[in-house]
Design a binder for this molecule. Structure first.
Ligand code: UDP
Length: 331
């Protein structure tokens, strides 16, 4: 596998993946419309002789087709990102996810390329089982609630990828990411860690939604990228779905307290009722979301290496650089 196309490669996960592949001696083509991705994320990758950036959208079939023709494999990360954006622009999010994936899978099939499709833990909806294995039930509310519509759009992507695999022999892999975090993740799409860190550094109230007892498992982007690269190079991953995430659970209140402790912040926690937190209709929170990652571990030996304190320290350092305008991730 010499050359890899990353759709959405100017985004948070994509830009780290680009660097990792380039460092490993592979050629990388990034296709991104810079809607949520940022050129600054590619500052390092962009200096590499084996790197190519193509400005364009996955909604343009021809652009996707041409880009796919020129590579050996595709990692499809281009998608509507963040709960906030999805609530603000449900139609655009839905169309980007479904039509974009359709184009990517069609082209991958046409040129017989391996394709890894990024999916999400949102697939499981409200299923708050102790640990969610890939075959766990989806428990979702009505499609009129935007969050469930989003979950459904990602489910459609998975269905397409798996159907292409089963019926057409497409070499497709699906990865479900659980709360990936790390440097370059912006606070602007509502993700909790960059938001709380920014608030702590600014001495502002830290907005914990609901009663703060909801739990999440945060996975460092470096670990996520490791899983993507491992699966991309593993022939037996074809036609399979994999959870990628940490199983180390934390409540959002505890998260806020840890950020306060690590930043020496004078900020206080402000509990914000959900109705005030998300002014748009269509939000419902998950109480808990913990992956069972036995499958990916069994196949490629993957396990997350970074713990939450390390994740927080990096997010804090990134935000501090951000504030000073010194970081390439500055926004
Ligand atoms: N959250 C919060 N304060 C914020 C942003 C998010 O308490 O400023 C909560 C949110 O309600 C959810 C959790 O943090 O319970 C994780 O939110 P995020 O949007 O990062 O990811 P999700 O897991 O919901 O996709």
């Amino acid at each position: 596998m010499e050359k890899v196309l990353i759709t959405g490669g100017a985004g948070f996960i994509g830009s780290w993946l680009a660097e990792r592949l380039l460092d490993a001696g592979q050629d990388v083509v990034v296709l991104d419309d810079l809607s949520t991705g940022r050129e600054s994320n590619l500052e390092r990758a962009g200096k590499h002789p084996n790197f190519e950036f193509r400005y364009g959208t996955v909604l343009d079939r021809l652009t996707v087709d041409e880009a796919t023709r020129d590579v050996d494999a595709v990692v499809h990360l281009a998608a509507a990102v963040g709960v906030e954006l999805i609530l603000r622009q449900p139609l655009r999010s839905f169309i980007t996810n479904i039509r974009g994936s359709e184009h990517v899978l069609e082209s991958a099939h046409r040129y017989r390329r391996r394709v890894l499709v990024a999916s999400t833990s949102e697939i499981y909806g409200k299923n708050d089982a102790e640990a969610l294995a890939e075959g766990a039930d989806r428990i979702i509310g009505p499609p009129s609630v935007t969050r469930w519509a989003y979950s459904t759009s990602k489910a459609v992507e998975e269905i397409l990828a798996l159907a292409y695999h089963r019926e057409m022999g497409l070499d497709a892999i699906v990865c479900r990411f659980f709360n990936t975090v790390g440097p370059r993740q912006t606070a602007s799409h509502g993700m909790v860690i960059p938001r709380l860190v920014r608030q702590a550094l600014a001495g502002e109230p830290m907005t914990v939604y609901g009663d703060g007892s909801q739990q999440r498992c945060f996975c460092h982007v470096d670990d996520t990228v490791e899983a993507i690269v491992g699966l991309l190079h593993e022939p037996q991953a074809a036609g399979e779905v994999f959870n990628v995430g940490s199983d180390n659970e934390v409540t959002i209140s505890e998260l806020a307290n840890r950020i306060i402790a690590r930043t020496d912040s004078s900020s206080e926690i402000e509990f914000v009722p959900y109705e005030e937190a998300y002014v748009h209709d269509g939000y419902e929170d998950m109480r808990r979301r913990r992956p069972d990652t036995t499958k990916v571990r069994a196949l490629i030996g993957w396990m997350p290496k970074h713990d939450l304190d390390h994740i927080l320290d990096e997010a804090i350092a990134d935000a501090r650089g951000d504030a000073a305008g010194a970081s390439p991730a500055a926004r």
